[in-house]
Design a protein around this ligand. Structure first.
Ligand SMILES: [Zn+2]
Length: 401
């Protein structure tokens, strides 16, 4: 018994030593990453994109002796890939965190300072998603002699905040993965399911006329108004389709534009529709539901033309990872280190939407809270970021195919 206790105490001491030894370099790395502005150029024309971060990671891997490559995705934007070969090199587990951030709005402090105070690191991208990225790379580079059963591939992806073309490129690369861990701010809770989305535009065409004689024209805005109200009513139907993990699906008309100028009956009006999908919902079916509404409208109006502008932007909801090996291993790691390890769902989306198209079971776990993501006081808790390293490390070591 005494031996058992001594062994447990030694193990605990090693654990605390490891955790305190990684803290300073991890914080430094996170601060360095925040100082590199990597706003998604599709969301703000002045955004620099991800390549500054990718070059920083290249330097990091050179210093740590880790192999790496760039996966070119589009116009000078590349995913950054590094790995540790496993005992079975042909089996792979993917760890992915994204390099891009959303733009900055009204910040009272410098969003790219990476300032540390009160146990937090502040700045754009701190919790979404550079803390997960720094933690995954630290986990990979501190595996030491513990060779994992599968090859561990860490990808720093591009474009998660817009069309997820980085994750799509991973899914379509032909490289197969047993499972994936997506790093996003979950407060170290284990997300096994989240919503997806489908977004598309609808256009109504009327007939222009002088507003002094509006009866000569057909008003596209008033036509669209009827459709918008009918779409909104769908929410009552969707509210009944509750999913135990992610909640009910929802539909929002989130953007509208129409008209030409003040004294012309508007000949055109366009809306954007954002439909949130629960696991199992098909994007095509969601579009069809709106088509049905439009068809009802069409039958009452002969002068107005309505059409959906397709293809839609599709990010399906991944199948729940409940019951998969990766969820079991991740749950144990969470319960060992932090959080509850309980399976939860989330209303937002991640790179997992695209990865799931390749049939890869995905869990999402990472430091920081989604409440700070995309806000003008974004920060991440350092203690959680350190614990994330240990959670990722345990998953890397414990996962057996
Ligand atoms: Zn994110």
């Amino acid at each position: 018994m005494a031996v058992h206790i001594r062994k447990a105490a030694a193990k605990l001491k090693r654990y605390h030593h490891f955790m305190s030894s990684i803290r300073a370099p991890l914080v430094k790395m996170l601060q360095d990453l925040i100082k590199i502005e990597s706003i998604n150029p599709s969301l703000a024309a002045t955004g620099s994109g991800e390549q500054g971060v990718a070059l920083f990671l290249e330097q990091y891997c050179k210093e740590k002796g880790l192999p790496y490559e760039f996966q070119e995705v589009a116009d000078g934007r590349a995913n950054f890939v590094t790995w540790r070969t496993g005992r079975d090199p042909d089996k792979r587990v993917l760890f992915v965190a994204h390099m891009d951030t959303v733009p900055i709005d009204k910040w009272e402090t410098d969003p790219f300072s990476g300032e540390e105070h009160s146990g937090r690191v502040h700045g754009r991208g701190s919790c979404d998603d550079k803390a997960s990225l720094a933690a995954m790379l630290t986990a990979l580079s501190t595996l030491g002699d513990s060779q994992p059963a599968t090859t561990i591939v860490v990808v720093a992806s591009i474009d998660e905040e817009f069309r997820k073309i980085g994750a799509r490129a991973i899914a379509q690369s032909g490289v197969t993965y047993d499972a994936a861990v997506v790093g996003e701010p979950t407060d170290l809770e284990l997300v096994v399911a989240h919503k997806g989305s489908v977004r598309w535009q609808l256009e109504v065409q009327g007939v222009p006329a002088h507003t002094s004689k509006p009866y000569l024209g057909v008003n596209a805005i008033t036509g669209m108004a009827k459709i918008v109200l009918a779409i909104d009513k769908l929410n009552a139907v969707l509210a009944k389709q509750d999913d135990p993990l992610v909640g009910p699906p929802a539909i929002t008309v989130s953007l509208i534009e129409g008209g030409i100028e003040l004294t012309t009956v508007p000949p055109v009006c366009r809306i954007w529709i954002d439909r949130r999908l629960k696991p199992g919902d098909s994007p095509q079916q969601a579009i069809q539901e709106v088509e049905d509404i439009v068809n009802t409208f069409r039958s009452g109006e002969d002068q107005i033309r309505v059409c959906s502008l397709l293809p839609a932007w599709e990010d399906p909801a991944p199948n729940s990872a409940e019951g998969t090996k990766i969820a079991e291993v991740a749950s144990r790691a969470c319960a060992n280190v932090a959080g509850t390890g309980k399976y939860i769902g989330a209303p937002w989306g991640t790179d997992a939407s695209q990865l799931s198209l390749a049939g890869i079971p995905c869990v999402v776990i990472g430091p920081g809270s989604v409440d700070q993501a995309h806000t003008s006081n974004e920060f991440v808790d350092i203690e959680q970021t350190v614990k994330a390293v240990e959670i990722y490390r345990q998953i890397m070591i414990e996962y057996e195919p």
